[in-house]
Structure formats: structure tokens, C-alpha cells
Design a protein around this ligand. Structure first.
Ligand code: URA
Length: 267
């Protein structure tokens, strides 16, 4: 197979592989992003507006530091969701940050009963600094509206990774590891009654499981929060996946009905 010659093509191919369950070689994707020369990028009229802003991830240049410990300290020092957002924005421990326009932390109603946790920002989210506002986010909004939930009324939205990855590849374990203390603290401070994990990446990261999303969805799990609380967690298919495979929307609908029923019981 020939190598994609534009960032848009590489992004599409990466997403396709990930949907098919193919293990994507992140280092290779990052290297290809660096190799794609400006002249090989498609013109504005050929590409989605969201794809032109991808920048390669720079290699770390400074002395190694224990960034997970730094993240734990920064997260523990935050006593409100706003303070936590500021701590994440000030954090320099994830190399992805250097290639991003924004740290994308959260949106919606602080301390809402329902917390949606996705995988990480895409191009549109990086451009505007808010989670789930691109096409997938618009579908997520419609899915939530179907069970009378919205980010303006009663839902909090965040991710397990705060910085856009090259080519929208899945975040690597080390990238998730430095975000993890912030995610944990977000859950303690946000006190959700129920968590939706939107997609396989957050479902696996939050539950510490290696099963794929098709196995994890359709049932309720438990997230063990750092303050000792056990919080029901329901994984759903990622809305970006549903845009590519609308035939799976009936599964998503069943999951939404389960979420609605559990929210009624829990609140
Ligand atoms: N997909 C995600 O998982 N999170 C976002 O914020 C946007 C798209």
C-alpha cells in the first residue's frame, strides 16, 4: 500500500485502521506527519478545514522528569474544577501540547449528575478549545438530547486526554498516564452520579481493562474514584465511529436507554 501524501489522507486512514481494530503504530504516524512536506498538503479547497491545522509532535528536548508525579501534585493541589482546568493548561508534561492550539479540558455544567468522558480533542476542538464540538460532538449532543440531557442544562463533558494527537491516532499509554491524575481529580471534584465513557479508549483507560468497546458496551461497570466512591460507568460507541457506521446506531440507542433508566434511579 502506498504512503498517504496528505495529512487529511493519513488522518482518514488512521481512523479507518482504528475502527477495524488494527493496532496503529503511533511512532510511525508521528514520523509520517513530520515527513509530509507543506507542498504535499492538499490545497484549502481540497481538504476539510479541520485537517489543515495538524502539526507534527516535536521530540522532547529537555531533561526527563517524572511527569506523572508532577501531574499528581498539580491535580491534588486543585480544589475546584476551575483550578484543575488552570493546572492542566499550565502543565508541560505532555509532548502533544507543543503541537496544539489549545488544551481542551471540559465543557458543560460543573458537578452535573452525568459526566461524559471521551478520548481527546480533534481538530475543531483544538481550534476552539472545547471538547466534542466537531461533527462527532454534534452527534453526541443529539444523542444526549434524546434522553433529555445537554451540556447547557445537566451534563459535564471532558476527555481522558487533553491534547490533540497527530492524525487523530489513539493516544498512547504514556500520553494517557500523564493525564490520568487530572482525570481522577476531575471525577472527585465533579462528583458525577453516572459516567459515560464515549468510545473504547476512555472505557479501557477508566476501567483498566483490555477488552474492546464491543465487549464493554451494553452493560454497567463501576469506576472506583480516588475518594472511595464507586460510580456507575456505562461505555458507549464513540459518536465518530457511529458517523462511519450508522448501522450500529441501534446499539447506541439501547445504551442510551440504559443510561436514562439508571439516571432516573440514581438521581
Ligand atoms: N472526540 C472525543 O473523544 N473527544 C472530543 O472532545 C472530540 C471528539
Amino acid at each position: 500500500m502506498s504512503t498517504p501524501t496528505s495529512t487529511a489522507a493519513l488522518e482518514a486512514l488512521t481512523e479507518w485502521w482504528q475502527d477495524m481494530g488494527v493496532e496503529v503504530d503511533s511512532a510511525r504516524i508521528d514520523a509520517l506527519m513530520r515527513e509530509i512536506k507543506p507542498s504535499q498538503k492538499p490545497s484549502d479547497s481540497q481538504t476539510k478545514p479541520t485537517s489543515t491545522a495538524i502539526k507534527p509532535v516535536p521530540r522532547r528536548t529537555r531533561a526527563p522528569k517524572n511527569w506523572v508525579t508532577e501531574a499528581e501534585t498539580a491535580a491534588a493541589g486543585a480544589d475546584s474544577l476551575e483550578a484543575l482546568k488552570a493546572a492542566i493548561e499550565a502543565f508541560e508534561g505532555c509532548p502533544l501540547k507543543a503541537s496544539c492550539d489549545h488544551s481542551v479540558v471540559y465543557d458543560g455544567v460543573p458537578c452535573a449528575d452525568l459526566m461524559v468522558i471521551g478520548e481527546g480533542p480533534g481538530a475543531e476542538e483544538d481550534r476552539r478549545g472545547l471538547p466534542f464540538i466537531g461533527k462527532a460532538g454534534q452527534l453526541l449532543d443529539r444523542m444526549l438530547a434524546a434522553i433529555d440531557r445537554s451540556r447547557t442544562k445537566n451534563t459535564f463533558i471532558t476527555n481522558v486526554n487533553y491534547w490533540r494527537t497527530p492524525g487523530n491516532r489513539n493516544p498512547e499509554d504514556e500520553e494517557l498516564d500523564v493525564c490520568r491524575p487530572f482525570v481522577e481529580r476531575m471525577i472527585v471534584l465533579g462528583k458525577p452520579k453516572l459516567i459515560i465513557a464515549a468510545g473504547g479508549v476512555p472505557a479501557k483507560a477508566l476501567l483498566g481493562k483490555s477488552d474492546g468497546i464491543m465487549r464493554l458496551r451494553g452493560t454497567e461497570h463501576v469506576f472506583q474514584a480516588q475518594d472511595g466512591n464507586s460510580i456507575p460507568l456505562i461505555p458507549i460507541l464513540h459518536p465518530a465511529y457511529l458517523l462511519r457506521r450508522p448501522q450500529d446506531k441501534s446499539r447506541a440507542w439501547r445504551d442510551l436507554l440504559l443510561i436514562e433508566q439508571r439516571l432516573t434511579e440514581l438521581t
